[in-house]
Design a protein around this ligand. Sequence first.
Ligand SMILES: Nc1ncnc2c1ncn2[C@@H]1O[C@H](COP(=O)(O)OP(=O)(O)OP(=O)(O)O)[C@@H](O)[C@H]1O
Ligand SMILES: [Mg+2]
Length: 266
Amino acid sequence: MAGPCIITVGNNKGGVGKSTTCVNLSAGLARDGASVLVIDGDPQSNTTSTLLPDLGLRENSSLVKALEDPEGAFSPFACATRTERLEIVPNSIRCMEWEVRSYSGIDSVLGFSRLLQNDKDIGKYDFVIIDTPPNIGPMLRNALLISDFVLVPCPVGDQYALDGFSTFIQVLSQAKQQNKKLLLLGVVLTKFDGRAMTHKKNKNRIRGFFDAKGIPVFETEIRVNIDIDRAHSQRKTIFEFDANKSGAQDYAALARETFARVQKEA
Ligand SMILES: Nc1ncnc2c1ncn2[C@@H]1O[C@H](COP(=O)(O)OP(=O)(O)OP(=O)(O)O)[C@@H](O)[C@H]1O
Ligand SMILES: [Mg+2]
């Protein structure tokens, strides 16, 4: 594969674990030796809040600044994180203004493509991982047009987890018409509580739903774990919080499986 492997983490439903997965999968890949750029495509900026050591850095470096620059590219706006080999193009709430403006302009789908085309240094990264907001607006569409893969977190405990999934699949199919290489890398089951009967039942139902559609589901399951929430509120990756906890083990396993699946598709 020429250039980095670009993965969008997406699901139009909110609170399913997109940002948590983006942060900790990226940190897991970096810990395994890969050079990783995270693009925070969500103006809520949860991923930025966790990874960016100093939120003041966004004055000069942020996704909206890159998008507003006619010569903009991703890597000049990347900031270091506390994790070695892991950088981030941060986001801020001001990006919502760009989203509103872009609805009627060319950047509504092609802003990210322009940033990628202009980017002379993007080849230094092995992976670009893009977090997206819980909607099917310009950010998701932009991200899908430059991505090789989509990874979809899906919470096991939510009995409504599959509602609206057909809309997401439609958006993927539309994006695929313009970006032929785009592949659904897989669904990642999140927030799984093995002690809860409802979770076990739901898990089988969800796996069955995706199997019937021929959509791959990762073997790695992310267990529900209070430390993931604690790490989040302390603005740390799960590895910074405690690398021995189950959350860290799960995300380390997800990083290894992601690497293997990407290699298989290459
Ligand atoms: N495995 C887990 N165990 C416990 N809590 C989790 C787990 N995964 C995510 N959470 C918590 O669930 C909440 C939502 O997660 P997250 O922010 O990653 O979802 P999201 O899909 O990015 O949400 P949004 O759609 O609003 O961007 C957060 O408080 C997070 O800490
Ligand atoms: Mg999020």
